[in-house]
Design a protein around this ligand. Structure first.
Ligand code: HEM
Ligand code: CU
Length: 439
């Protein structure tokens, strides 16, 4: 019935609540709970997040312009902090914060009318505000115009945030919040949806060739402005700053801290497209990387390879030389080596180990590497520069040192992984050998 209140579905990101098909304003009940939870921020790295409903970002809220929202804010009994909520869709003091300060174990309720269509950030506004936001307390609320949004085949929900941990990027174990880094605005991690890998691999966003994909993208901050870009795509429509102004054919769109944007794109070509903050260090060295995997028929009229570099060995043709070794430890070392390769080496030497002509030498079938496998220990520990020749091709570039970022185990594992893949000649590097070179 028309007058009955509607319970808002509270979904975990990147899920988006379904479009609204109502043609009348309703009372919408939104239930949020602030929870302080320890979760992984990256593989092997844990962080004490402060959240709405246990996720970063909190659930996306979707209402219609003219709706009255009845917002219930609970603070879990085991919280250490009071929390509240400021929704940028609210017209009133503090955006709700003035009437929602909630101690642990309590609940606040307030109502607001969604006056203006748009895509808005919500966040905790409890002092110290930057700390509550830096710990993950934000999300998006979409206020649909009365006529709704145009139909899209896929909708996803992504929020960027900057995180400040005492340990360096990828330093393992439980990391605590670093106030000094926050003040300097020098984050350790810049992330989509609060975790490195939240939108990659098995968690990648998906679409089919020919789909219209709509992303609701926010920037929780607390500090950094996002230069949001999808590598290999052009945004057909961008609701600039989350408002009603629509721009077309946009490559990269700015999202202010505490702002949002709706982007729509047509996926015309199959493949993997990378979501990045095009302040690109953040994408490749601080975690702000996601994937949109598009499947379907190739579209050579739009995108086609004519010729390039030497042919890559097919993955099927590169069995691991030592795959017969039964010990679980060997498999663990290989799995860890594969992980390190994917997280560090592949950025330059490429996922197939073929490198990039003129820039990064191949690790696949590398005569340089296979002639002196132990020499690679020093290369990974200390970096490499100057002229070298790999498979009859000269390189004169710089590889950074990874001695502080990677442990002896990790370096041993990644080199063992490389030596036993990509048609290399096999062999093992032991952690003790790395230790000896490091000393
Ligand atoms: C060279 C391994 C990460 C850039 C080399 C070489 C090895 C190697 C064995 C010697 C040449 C060859 O055999 O092809 C690794 C491993 C990595 C890693 C195991 C991950 C732990 C990276 C990254 C970059 C990079 C992330 C780019 C930022 C280079 C460059 C050279 C090189 C430019 C040639 C240096 C020169 O011209 O003197 N790497 N690498 N490497 N690597 Fe890496
Ligand atoms: Cu809070």
């Amino acid at each position: 019935p028309r007058g009955a209140p509607i319970e808002e579905a509270m979904l975990a990101p990147p899920a988006v609540p379904p479009p609204i098909h109502r043609d009348y304003p309703a009372r919408v009940i939104v239930r949020l709970e602030t929870r302080e939870v320890v979760k992984e921020i990256a593989d092997g790295v844990r962080y004490d997040f402060w959240t709405f409903n246990g996720t970063v970002p909190g659930p996306m809220i979707r209402v219609r312009q003219g709706d009255t929202v009845e917002l219930h804010l609970k603070n879990a009994a085991d919280s250490h902090m009071a929390h509240n909520i400021d929704l940028h869709a609210v017209m009133g003091p503090g955006g709700g914060a003035a009437v929602s300060m909630t101690p642990p174990g309590h609940e606040s309720v307030f109502t607001f009318k969604a006056m203006r269509a748009g895509l808005y950030i919500y966040h905790c506004a409890t002092p110290p505000v930057p700390m509550h936001i830096a710990n993950g307390m934000y999300g998006l609320i979409l206020v649909e115009p009365p006529q709704g949004l145009p139909k899209a085949d896929r909708e996803y929900y992504v929020v960027q945030g900057d995180f400040y941990t005492t340990g360096a990027y990828h330093a393992p174990g439980l990391q605590t919040f670093d106030m000094q880094k926050l003040l300097l605005e020098q984050p350790t991690y810049v992330l989509f949806n609060g975790r490195e890998g939240s939108l990659t691999g098995a968690n990648a966003l998906t679409a089919k060739v020919g789909d219209t994909v709509r992303l609701f993208v926010g920037d929780g901050g607390p500090n950094l402005v996002s230069s949001f870009h999808v590598i290999g795509q052009i945004f057909d429509n961008v609701n600039v700053e989350g408002g009603t102004l629509i721009n077309h054919n946009v490559q990269t769109t700015l999202i202010p801290a505490g702002g949002a944007v709706t982007v729509e794109m047509k996926t015309l070509v199959p493949g993997t497209f990378l979501l990045v903050d095009h302040s690109i260090t953040r994408a490749f060295m601080q975690g702000a990387l996601g994937q949109l995997v598009v499947t379907g028929p190739a579209a050579p009229a739009i995108y086609d390879k004519v010729s390039s570099g030497p042919a890559a060995p097919s993955p099927a043709a590169t069995p691991m030389a030592h795959a017969a070794a039964p010990a679980a430890a060997v498999n663990d070392a290989m799995a860890d080596g594969k992980r390190v390769f994917g997280q560090i080496c592949a950025a330059c030497h490429q996922g197939n180990g073929m490198g990039l002509p003129g820039a990064f030498p191949p690790l696949a079938m590398s005569d340089y590497l296979n002639a002196n496998p132990k020499g690679a220990i020093g290369i990974v520990l200390n970096g490499l520069s100057g002229k070298i020749t790999v498979n009859n091709t000269g390189y004169e570039s710089v590889m950074p040192a990874f001695g502080t970022q990677l442990s002896d185990d990790e370096i041993a594992h990644v080199l063992t992984y490389v030596l036993n893949n990509f048609n290399n000649k096999g062999g093992t590097i032991a952690p003790a050998e790395v230790k000896a070179v490091r000393a």
